[in-house]
Design a protein around this ligand. Structure first.
Ligand SMILES: Nc1ncnc2c1ncn2[C@@H]1O[C@H](COP(=O)(O)OP(=O)(O)O)[C@@H](O)[C@H]1O
Ligand SMILES: [Mg+2]
Length: 241
């Protein structure tokens, strides 16, 4: 994470939507910033975006976790692909008579990885295989970008199957996994420790961190336990290298 070694990046993905990617992205941005790392957060593609409530959008929350101003301009800079329908991006884009291309999304991420930052935290969209364009899913975006992924999984009944399926798909595409976060779901059939223990059993060799339920409220990302141990070291491949 030291400067002068190229811009490192981390891609936050998950087994599905609503699993906690934004909370984890915000916590990481805040924790890295507090350690003096020059960090930026990107949410390149966002659907369900309502400009009248931009502060509560993923993009607004990410800017807030970095102590940045939440303006229309600032949001456009970190989230160039914004759509209003709360649907997979390709379907949301179609409703506005628009199309997005994987190249444009990947180029945006690379262009934004300037020497002004040591670390770029990128929040994906939906789960690992959410349709992004008419031809590509999020996994194609990760495969092109070639930055390590942090995957956020849940602890609801069925989360282990969803998590292992997502990780299997990523392994098939050789996407490097920096770590796994088991984020406690609103309703869990067992204590989080038991879910984590079972994930560990089926995922030997992976770094796994549990995040418990966090009290709701403004800046709830401040209450997330330290995640920086999951980040790749500064030897990680630069995004724009
Ligand atoms: N560990 C947690 N404790 C309490 N609430 C959580 C936790 N993780 C996520 N949430 C809440 O669940 C909702 C969905 O999380 P979010 O981070 O937006 O998911 P995603 O970005 O994957 O769609 C948000 O309201 C978020 O604050
Ligand atoms: Mg999100």
């Amino acid at each position: 994470m030291a400067s002068g070694v190229g811009q490192a990046g981390i891609f936050i993905t998950s087994s599905g939507t609503g699993t906690g990617k934004t909370l984890i992205a915000c916590a990481l941005c805040h924790q890295l910033g507090a350690r003096g790392v020059r960090v930026q957060g990107l949410k390149p593609v966002i659907s369900g975006f309502d400009p009248t409530d931009a502060g509560q959008s993923d993009s607004g929350l990410i800017l807030g976790s970095l102590g940045r101003e939440i303006s229309e301009d600032a949001i456009a800079r970190i989230s160039p692909f914004r759509f209003s329908a709360p649907l997979a991006p390709n379907m949301a884009a179609m409703r506005e008579g628009r199309r997005i291309a994987l190249d444009e999304i990947v180029d945006f991420c690379r262009r934004r990885a300037t020497d002004d930052f040591d670390m770029t935290v990128i929040e994906g969209v939906g789960g690992v295989m959410a349709p992004l364009t008419d031809e590509a899913t999020v996994i194609d975006w990760m495969a092109e970008l070639k930055v390590p992924a942090l995957i956020v999984l849940g602890s609801y009944l069925g989360a282990i199957s969803h998590g292992l399926t997502a990780l299997g798909a990523m392994a098939a595409r050789a996407i490097p996994i920096a770590g796994i976060i088991v984020n406690e779901s609103e309703e869990s059939p067992v204590e989080i420790e038991e879910t984590v223990e079972n994930f560990r059993r089926f995922l030997p060799g992976h770094r796994i961190i549990a995040v418990p339920r966090i009290a709701p409220g403004p800046n709830s990302w401040r209450r997330v336990p330290d995640l920086t141990g999951l980040l790749p070291s500064h030897s990680a491949e630069p995004i724009n290298g």
